[in-house]
Design a protein around this ligand. Structure first.
Ligand code: ATP
Ligand code: MG
Length: 564
């Protein structure tokens, strides 16, 4: 016996118009169809239909987490500050953290994620290697004071996350737990009906697969990723690498100095010489742990400081200031060229390969040099991928021109290692009786965000369009209006319910058939069964919400079909 929900009793008020401030499909449609209401910026109320969809997503997540041996727990959202101070995140999170005080003046926070508390739980509960490995998870409300809470339930300040944590005594164990989660996530997103890509979340230099993101391509997404139209390569923009292709350094003309007054920028230089910016070599000066370093990239490309920082971490990267040039006659601001930088470490993008020839600064005011050849006139100390990726860049796997696409981050898996175990001295007794430091993974899925991502990917011009697995009902039975139609609709709805089919039946009196049909499309249940014109003969019309296909069926046929 499944639930039969009657629209005449259900708290659902649909709207004809989009909310004024809504920019994204999920915000517009979830509000218009009566699934959610905004309580405050980034804070949402889930109404009955919305709660059903949310719970269906949560159920799929739960089933797949249980299937890999995850044990569900529920930690508090209101947390003492001390564990987050110990890990450094009380400070690191900055404005993202909701902080509050209790009546005694003690500091608390609303949990943005729970690594610290899970580590403490395991320290309290597990003492021997025999207690491990263990996978714990929860589906719980998280709080982050996001700068731009927008896009409906896609980015909330209060939102629901499934967060899981694995605890192992060895690196192999962690790798295994990571693989288990990766597989579970693939099954979850497939069952939910989300189109997704798995991309490495860290730059190539850090290598490996310690961290991957699950991205759902959608124009409303806030992440940009690269997607190869020719092969299955997909990556975070920070992770794209460019192959170094050295060529011969011979046969180039000699270096020639040029008089280039007032050309301290690539634009002024390219215009003055009448060459494309790509023919010039841009040398950005930065300080790495206080030491001046030059970074060379083609003049038409931008340096991605985030990428550079990641490559050089834990060293600190800062931009140079005017003071840094004092007492450095070798550094002529605006006219730096690598051929004169003997005392400065030179980092370059692989596009600046041995054998390439450039127009670059001559290390004298208002002077540039041409035919400056990499490997002949200057050497590169380190090659690092540091340019901002652009559409059309070659795919590292197959060479085809890459596309840049928008996507929603729906999941993130991460091999944390011993960072939190070190902070909280999480050890267990090993086989040999000696303490072993535990290694951890953390694995998140945005459960409320997944609802938004589904809408962004599946809605059409008529409204929401759910897959069977997440829909708030299996069938939406519409009684066109007359008494005989309502009678038939309620009868069929009752029989479907008895057969285990989840039914929403529109038995509202005084609502026109047109409004009921529009609402059914907007609400987005996969099958719409109409008791209309031929109700007296016991004939119904079944419409597929997604394809729009219709067919007429008898009551018995409809019940057989829909309960199959
Ligand atoms: P983002 O880059 O979008 O801010 P994040 O990388 O900070 O997300 P994680 O800490 O990796 O997020 O959290 C795990 C998952 O929780 C994310 O993959 C995402 O699906 C979800 N999530 C994170 N922040 C929000 C939010 N503000 N609203 C809804 N879901 C969120
Ligand atoms: Mg993330």
């Amino acid at each position: 016996m499944a639930q039969v929900q009657r629209m005449s009793r259900l708290m659902v008020k649909t709207l004809r118009d989009d909310p004024a401030d809504a920019e994204t499909l999920n915000h517009k449609l979830l509000v218009r169809a009566g699934y959610v209401r905004r309580t405050a910026a980034g804070i949402w109320t889930w109404l009955p239909l919305g709660k059903k969809v949310y719970e269906n997503v949560a159920r799929v997540v739960r089933e797949e987490m249980d299937a890999i041996g995850g044990q569900e727990v529920l930690l508090p959202a209101l947390l003492p500050k001390e564990p987050y101070e110990a890990s450094g995140r009380y400070e690191e999170y900055g404005d993202l953290l909701f902080r509050l005080k209790d009546r005694k003046g003690s500091d608390y926070l609303l949990g943005p994620t729970h690594e610290e508390i899970f580590t403490q739980v395991v320290k309290d509960q597990c003492s021997s290697y025999k207690d491990l490995p263990v996978i714990l998870y929860q589906i719980q409300t998280k709080y982050r004071d996001e700068a731009r809470p927008r896009a409906g339930v896609l980015r909330g300040r209060e939102f629901q996350m499934k967060d899981a944590y694995s605890f192992d005594t060895s690196d192999e164990g962690l790798a295994e737990a990571y693989a288990l989660h990766r597989g579970a996530y693939q099954r979850i997103f497939e069952r939910l009906g989300l189109d997704y890509r798995i991309v490495s979340a860290v730059s190539g230099a850090m290598g490996g697969s310690q961290s991957e993101e699950f991205l759902a391509p959608a124009p409303a997404g806030e992440d940009t990723f690269v997607d190869c139209p020719a092969c299955d390569y997909a990556a975070n923009t920070e992770a794209v690498t460019f192959a170094l292709k050295p060529a011969s350094t011979e046969g180039h003309p000699a270096v020639e100095e040029l008089d280039t007054p007032d050309t301290p920028t690539i634009e002024t230089l390219a215009e003055h010489l009448g060459v494309p910016a790509s023919a010039t070599l841009k040398n950005l000066l930065v300080k790495v742990d206080g030491e001046i370093v030059a970074v060379g990239v083609p003049g038409d490309r931008e340096v991605d400081l985030g990428k550079l920082g990641e490559h050089l971490a834990p060293a600190e990267v800062e931009l140079v200031t005017a003071e840094d040039f004092e007492g450095r006659a070798d550094l002529v601001r605006g006219y730096v060229g690598p051929q004169g930088l003997d005392k400065v470490r030179y980092i370059a993008d692989p596009r600046v390969a041995p054998g390439t020839s450039w127009i670059t600064g001559a290390n004298k005011p208002d002077r540039h040099a041409r035919n400056v050849v990499c490997g002949r006139d200057f050497e590169v100390d380190d090659y690092l991928d540091v340019v901002v990726v652009e559409a059309g860049d070659p795919c590292p796997a197959c060479g085809a021109g890459l596309k840049l696409d928008r996507a929603i981050e729906i999941g993130h898996i991460f091999q944390l290692g011993r960072k939190y175990a070190d902070t909280f001295q999480l050890d267990v007794l090993g086989q040999n009786g000696k303490p072993v430091r535990v290694t951890m993974g953390s694995y998140g899925i945005g459960v409320s965000r997944a609802v938004a991502a589904l809408v962004e990917q599946t809605a059409d011009e008529h409204g929401l369009c759910w897959s069977k697995e997440v829909a708030p009902a299996d069938v939406h039975v519409v009684a066109a209006g007359k008494a005989v139609q309502t009678e038939l609709a309620l009868d069929v709805a009752g029989q479907l319910g008895a057969a285990g089919v989840r039914v929403l039946v529109d038995d509202r009196a005084g609502v026109s058939p047109g409004v009921k049909f529009t609402d059914a499309e907007l609400i987005g249940v996969p099958q719409i069964l109409v008791a209309g014109r031929r109700s007296a003969e016991g004939v119904l019309e079944l419409k597929d919400r997604r394809t729009g296909e219709r067919e007429e069926l008898s009551v018995a046929e409809a019940i057989a079909r829909l309960s199959a």
